[in-house]
Structures are given as structure tokens and as C-alpha cells.
Design a protein around this ligand. Structure first.
Ligand SMILES: [Zn+2]
Ligand SMILES: [Zn+2]
Length: 248
């Protein structure tokens, strides 16, 4: 399946730096549409009805789509301004698009000042996030570390200096991969509940660093605050391996 490196780099001192370079990933509180629906019933004395669709509605909500925040099925999703790919959940009112579906579950924060990172660029395969906080220690340190020559240059052309914390989040779209795969893995990667970034972290620890699924689960919880069972980690590994095999 995967080639494990001969020496696992677990004990190398630069690891601390690597971890520091990652943003703080805060997972949003997940809601459960079943709980929300029964609360609605209790409060209003009637069921919340699924969305009424006009017969010749231009935009359809894909059957397989569910709300990223509460898990409500497609019957409860409005195609809000469907051409632009915006949807709204009738149950929890959350707005989302197919593109930012995964981002809904995590907020990226600067590891140096804990302020929320701002998305400044969208590229084909990755998004660029930046810490725009002027009081950020990372920024302050870079700013104060400049020579007077550099400061003059900076005033003329601030763009040529990288003074702020920047993070690139890669978007790996597993959807086309899993569709074309002739083998059905236990876990459908297209319906994965974790973001591609989180999946990447899990695979890095589990496959590249050779940590056991249990240790990886503990690390995800302690370092990144993401609760995930070791069984899910094994399932992900299995699913990714099958998809990769099918591609080769
Ligand atoms: Zn919802
Ligand atoms: Zn910062």
C-alpha cells in the first residue's frame, strides 16, 4: 500500500517548528438536524416541512447533498441563489456553497496571535490565508527585525516583503476520484465528514510518521482539537489506499 519511510522522523527537533507553522484549526460545533427538528416540533406544535419545490425550478439541489452544519438531507435545502452555487439549510439556517462545504466545519486561526485568518487568494488547488492582525507577534517581530535599508524599501514596495503569517490550504477534491473508482471503499471519500486538510493531517501522522491509529486519534484530539475515532482513521486509510490503487 504505502511505502513507509525507513526512519520515522518523529524525534527530530524541527518538528516543533513544523507544528508551529500550521494554523490553529478550530472545529465548529456540529448540530444534529434530528434534534433541531424535534425542538421545532415541541416549540411550534407542528413538523417543519421540507422545502416546497416549484415544478420548473431552474436549479436543483443534488440528492446527495446535506447540510454541512446539521446534516439535514437535501429535502431541507434551498437553492438560495443556485446559479452561483449558494444553498441554505431550512433547519439550521446555515448558508453554504458546494465549494466551501468543508470549510464550514473548521475555522483557521493564526498560530501566533489566535486571530482568525483571512482568505486572500483562491487558486485552482489551494487557498491562501493571511493573518492581518497588526499586533500579531509574528508580524511585529518581522517588522522590527528589518534593517533601515529594508524599511525604506518596504515603504516604497510593501508587497515585496513577506511580513505576515501566511498559510496555504490545499483543496484536494476526492469527488471525481471516488466516482471513477471501480472498487467501493468502506468509506465514500466524497461523503467524508472531515475536511481534505484534516484528512491530510491524519494521513501524514498515520502513514508518513507511522503512528498507530490510536496515537493518531489522540494527537488529532490533543494538538488539533478534532475528535475522531481510531476506527475512522483506519477506514480513511483503507479508502484512500483503494482510490490510489485504482488510479495507478
Ligand atoms: Zn443545517
Ligand atoms: Zn497572527
Amino acid at each position: 500500500m504505502f511505502d513507509k519511510p525507513e526512519k520515522t522522523p518523529v524525534n527530530k527537533p524541527y518538528r516543533k517548528l513544523q507544528v508551529d507553522d500550521l494554523p490553529i484549526i478550530e472545529t465548529l460545533q456540529k448540530l444534529d438536524y434530528r434534534v433541531l427538528l424535534s425542538e421545532y416540533l415541541e416549540k411550534n406544535g407542528k413538523q417543519l416541512k421540507p422545502v416546497q419545490r416549484r415544478k420548473n425550478a431552474k436549479v436543483r439541489v443534488p440528492k446527495s447533498m446535506s447540510c454541512p452544519q446539521c446534516g439535514a438531507p437535501s429535502e431541507y435545502l434551498y437553492a438560495n441563489n443556485g446559479d452561483k452555487g449558494q444553498y441554505q439549510c431550512k433547519v439550521c439556517s446555515c448558508l453554504f456553497s458546494q465549494k466551501n462545504r468543508y470549510l464550514k466545519e473548521a475555522v483557521l486561526k493564526c498560530p501566533h496571535c489566535s486571530k482568525t485568518l483571512e482568505k486572500i487568494k483562491e487558486r485552482k488547488d489551494f487557498d491562501v490565508y493571511k493573518c492581518k492582525n497588526n499586533d500579531c507577534p509574528y508580524y511585529q517581530q518581522k517588522l522590527n527585525g528589518m534593517s533601515s535599508k529594508e524599511k525604506k524599501q518596504f515603504q516604497k514596495d510593501p508587497q515585496s516583503f513577506k511580513l505576515r503569517y501566511i498559510f496555504r490550504q490545499f483543496r484536494i477534491d476526492f469527488q471525481p476520484l471516488s466516482k471513477s473508482s471501480p472498487i467501493r471503499p468502506k468509506v465514500d471519500l466524497a461523503k467524508l465528514y472531515v475536511s481534505p486538510h484534516t484528512l491530510g493531517l491524519i494521513l501524514t501522522y498515520h502513514v508518513n510518521y507511522g503512528l498507530s491509529a490510536r496515537k493518531t486519534a489522540a494527537l488529532m484530539k490533543d494538538v488539533h482539537g478534532v475528535s475522531i475515532s481510531h476506527q475512522s482513521i483506519l477506514n480513511y486509510e483503507n479508502a484512500v489506499a483503494l482510490v490510489l490503487q485504482a488510479l495507478c
